[in-house]
Design a binder for this molecule. Structure first.
Ligand SMILES: Nc1nc2c(ncn2[C@@H]2O[C@H](COP(=O)(O)OP(=O)(O)OP(=O)(O)O)[C@@H](O)[C@H]2O)c(=O)[nH]1
Length: 430
């Protein structure tokens, strides 16, 4: 939450150099139109107030938004009609607009983008607990420590909730590099010199005694062998459910994993959802039931959802880390984070350009998110308005307002994500 708050603050950096943006051809009043210029002639005025009116859609592919390659150019290339440029100059700077320092404004714009991108990343990587020491921003490879932690348990045991709590909103890199079909990254915690990767172990079907089903054997064989690769294995179970209705497959799994110490892997048993157990004495009864299993080095009673006992678990795991380079770049954003950032950036532009009161009544949705093989991103977002009058304001004359929001947001997203972004914004009526 804290990170999200920071994210809002970060995106609220006032766009000091909008004037620089306005001088760019793609931001000229004429070109702000969400309706591509070449389609003007075919524009059907009877559609203008309907949901699918073409001017209610901004599609960045129809605008000359600079590509990644064009960021290196030193001189501004205004390649647009001089008439419109001088009109814009006069509008913004008055008659004596000659000699405006474009370069200065470009630098200012670049500076603002860098500040925004840095703030977003810092907010996203912020530690969840207030009292935790802040993570090092750069750690030399020789100082890095890492740990691979597998989490195994029945569906609904609380694997994801526990990981989310430990990793917080700063879920860092969940790259395809680490994901495989047999183990999937649940989250990555990078704190100080230590990076801990949490892996899920999907596909591990158990039969009554805690062994894989025979018919699934081939499929799960590699999953089981990958379990061996983790430095630490967390066996997690829902202690509340266990007290009410013990599942023989879960008991089988706990016993199997704790049967004998593993030569290379530390195993710990986590009794999860302790917050749901009213009589805490019952927890001791369960602990008693599993206490003689030599394979477990430690036992933890936790609530992955509420956080009880999680700090001790995190501390224990951090202490187990090996001097080993990190597997993942802690500065990489995951998809969820990128989606939130895309919404924040567009919303910020909306607040900039539309009267303050209107945006609060407007529903703003991410409707499509696609990452293509070439690394580019297609993002489609819709604004759903309650009244035709709201829609009209948001669309602007010939789509000028939504176009302007779209162009600016597209630029900003491209700069933050460092990839080509194809942004589509649509204004609809409820
Ligand atoms: N009260 C309480 N609920 C929890 C706790 N941990 C998880 N839950 C809830 O239990 C449900 C399952 O949690 P998940 O974290 O999705 O479980 P999972 O093991 O990842 O489930 P699968 O993805 O099906 O394997 C969710 O509704 C959680 O909110 C906890 O400590 N206390």
């Amino acid at each position: 939450m804290k990170a999200l708050r920071a994210l809002r603050i970060a995106t609220a950096i006032p766009p000091k150099s909008h004037r620089a943006l306005l001088l760019n051809p793609i931001f000229s009043p004429r070109c702000y139109s969400a309706q591509p210029e070449q389609d003007d002639s075919s524009h059907n005025p009877t559609l203008s107030d309907t949901e699918n009116a073409p001017d209610s859609v901004f599609d960045s592919s129809q605008f000359d938004i600079p590509t990644m390659d064009s960021t290196t150019k030193t001189e501004p290339d205004y390649g647009w009609d001089k008439k419109y440029r001088s009109k814009a100059d006069q509008l913004i700077f008055g008659k004596d607009s000659e000699g405006v320092k474009y370069k200065f404004m470009e630098e200012e714009e670049e500076r603002r983008r860098r500040v925004l991108a840095k703030s977003l990343l810092e907010a996203a990587l912020e530690t969840a607990d207030d009292d935790e020491e802040d993570g090092e921003r750069t750690v030399k490879e020789e100082d890095q420590k890492s740990l691979a932690v597998g989490i195994i348990g029945a569906p609904n045991a609380g694997k994801s909730a526990l990981t989310n709590y430990m990793v917080g909103t700063k879920v860092a890199a969940v790259s395809r590099k680490t994901n495989t079909t047999t183990h999937e990254v649940l989250g990555i915690m990078t704190k100080g010199h230590t990076q801990i990767c949490f892996f899920d172990t999907p596909g591990l079907m158990l039969k009554k005694k805690g062994f894989p089903h025979k018919d699934m054997k081939a499929r799960v064989q590699s999953a089981w062998s990958s379990v061996e690769l983790y430095d630490v294995l967390i066996v997690i179970f829902d202690v509340h459910r266990h007290l009410a209705r013990p599942d023989s497959r879960v008991v089988g799994l706990i016993k199997r994993m704790g049967a004998s110490p593993h030569p290379k892997q530390k195993r710990i048993l986590c009794m999860n959802k302790v917050d749901l157990v009213e009589n805490k004495k019952d927890l001791l009864t369960v602990a008693e039931q599993f206490k003689d299993l030599p394979g477990y080095e430690r036992y933890f009673m936790i609530s992955g959802l509420k956080g009880a006992g999680v700090k001790d678990l995190s501390k224990y795991l951090t202490e187990q880390a090996f001097k080993r380079p990190w597997d993942e770049d802690p500065y990489t954003m995951n998809e969820e984070m990128m989606k939130n950032i895309s919404l924040e950036v567009v919303r910020e532009r909306l607040l900039d350009h539309v009267h303050q009161e209107i945006p609060y009544g407007i529903e703003h949705r991410l409707v499509d998110w696609k990452e293509f093989r070439n690394g580019s991103l297609r993002i489609e977002q819709h604004f759903i308005t309650n009244k035709p009058s709201q829609r009209k304001i948001l669309v602007g004359k010939n789509g000028s307002k939504i176009g302007r929001i779209g162009v600016e947001a597209n630029e900003e997203l491209r700069s933050i994500f460092k990839k080509t972004v194809h942004l589509i914004l649509q204004v609809r009526l409820k």
